[in-house]
Write a protein that binds this ligand. Structure first.
Ligand code: AHR
Length: 519
């Protein structure tokens, strides 16, 4: 079959970093309480963790989990979450206006991570705290027994150092919504001092500075240049955050859907700009090492719903001084994803893989209940959202090296990004195991496309490839969702693929994501 899209000339990008398949658990809504932790749930284990959720986390293939926030961390006392549960203080969380019981803290999350088989990426509070609290937490978490904080950890039942390597120095400190937000200069100063001290305390740490909260912040670019140039010597990563949603979802506007399907264009521009800022910082410091990107919040989030909820709550609060409600584990940001949302997330994952020379870590936000691939009913079942599938395929099967192919494709017209190729793709190839994966997306809202993927430029690929597994995620109703009542409404199906020499051909329906595994 000759396709109208040809994917060929596979250009090596880099080895696929395992941390690209990270996720994010924030003390927000029901992500922690009623998500990963629900001691009264029938599936709960001795630590109170939902094992039905743990099983899905393992199936998802998550490698590394950012914790405990997010906006939450900027008003968080990490010490509140250690020691006997019944002695832990209850606090107000200013970020999401909820009551924090502190039933989960770093010790509990460490235990959960060991069960999930995931690395921890730990964020510290730079909003209401800073250097001193970060150093104390570092000693508590990673210190060898024999010093005050490390011995507290031992007394709390964890004799071994947790060996957490990757630390986020604050969260979105450029955002006016952030408790204790800062100007670029203020944050550059704070992160330089904190990172310097943390590395004095422990070598081998990998430190992440806050980057811009989105490519649309007024200080985008300036923030990165200021922060990275000042703190270059002590930094390993700069964070990037980007969320996308269909701005026409309320009226199901076709034009808005086409824009949404092309969201990866924004992510690409974001990565290129931040990488250029990191290069400038390296040159200004006469350095040889690149600061990598940690795309530690990405995904589809219908943030307009949250903005409306917050506006209503603020309007009520403006009626005068009164005691506002501080609910425990409220239903917040519980987006239910459509088939189209899953296609966009598949496309964003392709973008991350295509740029994995610069993006060496990423966290899809978040993991359970809150803008999440996994949903969990209180006292009820857990199930997979549509967005579960593209992530799981990449996390479990993208191995070896990533290759960015040249793609000859018809274009789709967008207002925001101009004409962009309808089809995007990435190939990974593990030369040792001789296993490969093609991830491909059809972002065209109207037309199917025949696609031919020429694998002949892969190194050591041998003769004709054997296709071992295929799947396509598509639904004729692009707004279809998975729910507790109908958890398998949208699931991937096998995709017909033909091999002709070193080329694999298939046909992709409009608004679809597909994966082809080969040996
Ligand atoms: O993931 C939800 C929120 O989005 C995070 O708390 C914050 O960092 C970002 O603005």
């Amino acid at each position: 079959i000759m396709g109208n899209v040809t994917i060929a000339h596979l250009i090596p990008v880099a080895d696929v970093p395992p941390r690209l398949f990270g996720s994010f658990v924030e003390h927000l809504g029901r992500c922690v309480y009623g998500g990963i932790y629900e001691p009264d749930h029938p599936s709960a284990d001795g630590d109170g963790f939902r094992t039905d959720v743990l099983d899905l986390v393992k199936e998802l293939g998550v490698t590394c989990v950012r914790y405990p926030g997010g906006n939450f961390v900027s008003n968080y006392n990490w010490e509140d979450g250690i020691g006997p549960r019944d002695e832990r203080p209850v606090r107000r969380d200013l970020a999401w206006h909820q009551t924090e019981t502190n039933e989960m803290g770093i010790d509990d999350f460490y235990r959960w991570s060991r069960k999930a088989g995931t690395e921890i990426m730990l964020a510290v509070n730079m909003g209401t705290r800073g250097l001193k609290a970060a150093l104390d937490e570092l000693e508590y978490v990673n210190g060898a027994p024999g010093t005050a904080w490390a011995d507290r950890r031992v007394a709390n039942g964890i004799p071994e150092p947790m060996d957490i390597r990757m630390w986020c120095i604050g969260n979105e400190m450029d955002g006016p919504w952030q408790v204790g937000h800062m100007s670029p200069e203020e944050y550059a100063d704070a992160v330089e001092k904190t990172a310097h001290a943390m590395k004095l305390a422990e070598s081998g740490l990998e430190l992440v500075a806050c980057g811009s909260s989105s490519a649309h912040m007024p200080t985008f670019g300036t923030w990165e240049r200021t922060v990275l140039t000042r703190a270059y010597e002590h930094l390993d990563f700069v964070s990037a955050h980007a969320y996308y949603f269909d701005h026409g979802h309320k009226t199901r506007d076709a034009k808005a859907m086409q824009e949404f399907l092309a969201s990866a264009e924004d992510m690409t521009g974001f990565i290129d700009t931040v990488a250029a800022c990191a290069d400038e910082a390296r040159e200004a410091n006469h350095g040889e090492r690149d600061i990598a990107l940690s795309f530690d919040e990405w995904g589809v989030w219908y943030s307009d719903r949250w903005n409306e909820q917050e506006a209503a709550w603020k309007a009520a609060a403006s009626q005068g001084l009164h005691h506002e409600p501080w609910p425990k584990a409220p239903h917040l940001l519980e987006d239910v994803y459509t088939a189209a949302d899953a296609v966009v997330e598949g496309s964003l994952m392709i973008t991350l893989l295509r740029h994995c020379d610069r993006v060496r870590s990423a966290s899809r936000a978040q993991l359970v209940n809150v803008i999440a691939p996994i949903m969990a009913e209180p006292d009820g079942p857990a199930w997979r959202q549509t967005t579960f599938y593209p992530f799981a395929e990449a996390a479990r099967h993208a191995r070896g090296d990533a290759y960015a192919p040249a793609i000859d494709s018809p274009v789709i017209r967008t207002e925001t990004y101009g004409d962009v190729p309808a089809v995007d793709a990435v190939v990974t190839w593990d030369r040792t195991a001789r296993e490969g994966l093609v991830l491909v997306v059809n972002r065209d809202a109207e037309h199917a496309h025949d696609v031919a993927i020429d694998l002949s430029s892969l190194p050591d690929a041998g003769d004709a490839p054997t296709v071992t597994h295929t799947q396509v995620l598509h639904d004729d109703d692009i707004y279809r969702t998975n729910t507790a009542q109908e958890p398998d409404a949208v699931t991937p199906r096998p995709l017909a693929a033909a091999v002709d020499g070193r080329s694999v051909s298939t046909s992709l329906p409009p608004v679809s994501w597909a994966a082809i595994r080969f040996t």
